[in-house]
Design a protein around this ligand. Structure first.
Ligand SMILES: C[S@@+](CC[C@H](N)C(=O)[O-])C[C@H]1O[C@@H](n2cnc3c(N)ncnc32)[C@H](O)[C@@H]1O
Ligand SMILES: *[C@@H]1O[C@H](CO)[C@@H](O)[C@H](O)[C@H]1NC(C)=O
Ligand SMILES: *[C@@H]1O[C@H](CO)[C@@H](O)[C@H](O)[C@H]1NC(C)=O
Ligand SMILES: *[C@@H]1O[C@H](CO)[C@@H](O)[C@H](O)[C@H]1NC(C)=O
Length: 422
């Protein structure tokens, strides 16, 4: 059977070679099969294995200085966070119960008879148990994948808790909410706002099956965009992510073998903007499609994780550049990692966070990028309306982490551009 398939594939391959020197939109299926199964299967495995041993090396306690920014320390901290998912969230619901008690008794009995508020609090405490099972599975898979013993994690947790170190509830919850954004049908609307422009731009790039374009996506989160790029065919895709919370969730994702085999209640930790309590408590299933082993994930800080120059034909930054502490380092790293003529595709807002060294406006980012050695290119009108006259960036309304059934709508005028390394 396998042999027959191979033959069929080679026929496709021969045909494709004759007739498709470049990828043609509409013929993705044929060429994708060829790319996945015949040419790169072995290359994929060895790429994965090499990166895994590099990862294991970086994770050794003896590699570098042992402190809270050591990769193993960050991994253990994130494991601790998932491990305490339920306890940390129960602290919150306990707080809500206590606040509720501040309302006079007469009002509370009216509320109870009208809407059974205590029952709602109890229900959420109960639903936290479902979410805890997911958090628990993430920890279990993480221990296996990263080759960390339970004893080591337990000792780490014990030491942390002895010192009164609190876990980061928000990072756990945010990473878990990305299952919705990236891997559930609930996230589809949001993905359809931002993905088509990026995928369309990549899909239009000329490439051959024999020589795929090397694409890097830094700050990829749970990576759906990366897997969609991979599915276009003719790309050799690498994702990069710094957060151990995200990486644990992504690794867990790759372990799943059934479509929509996991469900949880992503909205129970924030009670604002709900039309009904049923909406707030609803469960969301994932993954709506499975991952493929052809995507390589390189963990770590984008600015230091990649040695060498010019290794990539395309770098895609999607909701990423504004996460920089030092934006100039991001721009210089993108420039260094692209081959001359290579393309930088960006889509995202300018929402500066955590103590940035500098906070530039769009026009300043474009001027600085040109100074660094990028040439901004004309882009398709389907990717939005020109934001600053005379500058080649387009604005596209894209939301992020939105509850599709919620009563709030927070969207960015995300900026899209394509620039070539001059
Ligand atoms: C706003 S999120 C976007 C995630 C994903 N691109 C998406 O659209 O869902 C930004 C991501 O960049 C990651 N990140 C921040 N600084 C990073 C760095 N120096 N290297 C790699 N990833 C980084 C964060 O951990 C976070 O997951
Ligand atoms: C291609 O490879 C994948 C994974 O190795 C396998 O599941 C799939 O059946 C293969 N497809 C064909 C057409 O051989
Ligand atoms: C896993 O860790 C153990 C002990 O820390 C080590 O002996 C073993 O070689 C590791 N396995 C892998 C695959 O790295
Ligand atoms: C890709 O190319 C097609 C055909 O030229 C064009 O219609 C489409 O708008 C392009 N898409 C993007 C995102 O550039």
């Amino acid at each position: 059977m396998r042999w027959i398939l191979c033959c069929l594939l080679y026929i496709c391959l021969a045909w494709a070679k004759e007739h498709l020197p470049d990828y043609a939109p509409g013929l993705d299926t044929v060429t994708h099969v060829y790319v996945t199964n015949v040419t790169y299967m072995d290359a994929d495995t060895s790429r994965q294995e090499e990166e895994y041993s590099r990862l294991q090396h970086r994770l050794q306690r003896s590699t570098g200085k042992w402190d809270s920014s050591h990769p193993r320390h960050r991994l253990l901290t994130a494991l601790h966070g998932y491990h305490r998912y339920r306890e940390r969230n129960l602290v919150e619901t306990k707080k809500w119960r206590d606040w509720y008690k501040k309302a006079p008794k007469r009002q509370r009995s009216m509320v109870e008879s009208a809407v059974k508020y205590t029952r709602k609090l109890n229900a959420v405490d109960h639903l936290l148990e479902t979410n805890e099972r997911l958090a628990h599975d993430i920890v279990e898979y993480g221990l296996r994948f990263y080759n960390v013993s339970r004893a080591e994690l337990e000792a780490f947790i014990k030491e942390n808790e002895k010192q009164g170190v609190n876990t980061d509830r928000t990072s756990v919850s945010q990473a878990m909410k990305h299952f919705v954004r990236d891997w559930s049908s609930d996230g589809l609307d949001e993905r359809q706002e931002g993905f088509p422009c990026v995928l369309g731009t990549l899909g239009n790039m000329s490439r051959t099956a024999a020589q795929p374009l090397r694409v890097l996506v830094p700050g990829a989160g749970l990576g759906r965009l990366v897997y969609e790029i991979d599915a276009l065919g003719g790309f050799d895709v690498t994702m990069n992510e710094w957060s151990a919370y995200m990486n644990l969730a992504h690794r867990y994702m790759t372990s799943l073998s059934g479509v929509n085999s996991v469900s949880f209640h992503p909205y129970i930790d924030w009670w604002s903007h709900h039309a009904t309590t049923a909406d707030m408590q609803r469960s969301v299933s994932f993954p709506d499609r499975l991952t493929t082993p052809s995507v390589l994930s390189v963990e770590g800080d984008f600015t230091t994780a990649f040695a060498g120059d010019g290794g990539y034909d395309v770098i895609v930054t999607f909701f990423f550049i504004d996460t920089a502490r030092n934006l100039v380092s991001y721009l210089e790293t993108i420039h260094r990692l692209l081959r001359p003529g290579g393309k930088w595709i960006n889509l995202g807002p300018l929402l500066y966070g955590s103590a940035p060294f500098l906070q530039l406006s769009l026009d300043e980012i474009i001027m600085l990028s040109e100074q660094i050695g990028f040439r901004f290119e004309d882009t398709d009108a389907s990717c939005g309306v020109t934001t600053v006259p005379g500058m080649k960036a387009r604005g596209l309304e894209v939301s992020y982490g939105r509850n599709g059934q919620g009563l709030s709508k927070n969207a960015y005028q995300a900026q899209f551009w394509v620039a070539a390394r001059a």
